[in-house]
Design a protein around this ligand. Structure first.
Ligand SMILES: [Zn+2]
Length: 220
């Protein structure tokens, strides 16, 4: 009986999101957390990565349960971390999970037109882009422009924890950088800010530990 309930619960939490009625922000958040728990415990179900799911999303379109604005770092693939399949995550990846115009437009699109109930800004430990902003050395090409977007987060981390250095400063800067991207989203997109106020969408910050695989959710 217990296993039957477990199966029903699993089917329910992984129920297709193709239906017209989207799921609530709270339920979407819960699905992400449970997906990460499955991944962390070595019990990923690799939901809907099969050909039938692929064809279904091709035919009926995408209805992602979450948008993830994450870092391009190859060690932080959202679909694997959250154990999600085709059509379930709308992923925007850019070094340092910054939010400039293209990233913001992508998030606006998915919330407005695909009615995605959750936006996650996903930072991670050992982020090279944040490290570059902390180190403050000379960079070439377009890199200084990218790092300049992260520098205010490093400054905020230093202001909050004036004595922090090394790993402690990196950790504070990574968190501040996630919070900065959330702030950038809300400051630069009145539509998303309104959607948040209307409780149509949740905007969450999270940090993935690339060593242990876990995700820490930031308090608002
Ligand atoms: Zn990174």
């Amino acid at each position: 009986m217990k296993s039957l309930i477990a199966i029903i619960c699993t089917l329910w939490i992984t129920a297709p999101v193709y239906a017209e009625n989207r799921i609530s922000p709270k339920l979407a958040e819960e699905q992400l957390k449970q997906g990460n728990q499955r991944y962390m415990s070595g019990k990923s179900i690799h939901t809907r990565i099969d050909p039938v799911s692929r064809e279904r999303t091709a035919r009926y379109g995408q209805k992602p349960l979450a948008t993830v604005l994450g870092c391009s770092d190859a060690r932080v693939p959202p679909e694997i971390i959250f154990d999600q399949g085709f059509g379930e995550l709308f992923v925007v990846r850019v070094a340092g999970n910054v939010c400039s115009t293209a990233e913001l437009a992508s998030v606006e699109y998915v919330v407005k037109y695909l009615k995605t109930p959750v936006v996650v800004v996903l930072g991670h430990t050992q982020c090279g882009a944040v490290q570059a902003a902390v180190a403050g050395g000379e960079l070439k090409g377009s890199l200084p422009k990218l790092v300049a977007m992260i520098t205010p987060a490093v400054d905020a981390a230093k202001a909050k924890s004036p004595k922090a250095t090394g790993d402690q400063l990196m950790s504070a800067a990574i968190e501040a950088n996630v919070r900065k991207s959330i702030k950038d989203i809300l400051t630069n997109s009145p539509g998303l800010e309104q959607a948040l106020r209307n409780k149509e969408v949740s905007i969450l910050g999270a940090i993935r530990d690339i060593e242990h695989g876990g995700v820490t959710w930031l308090t608002p």
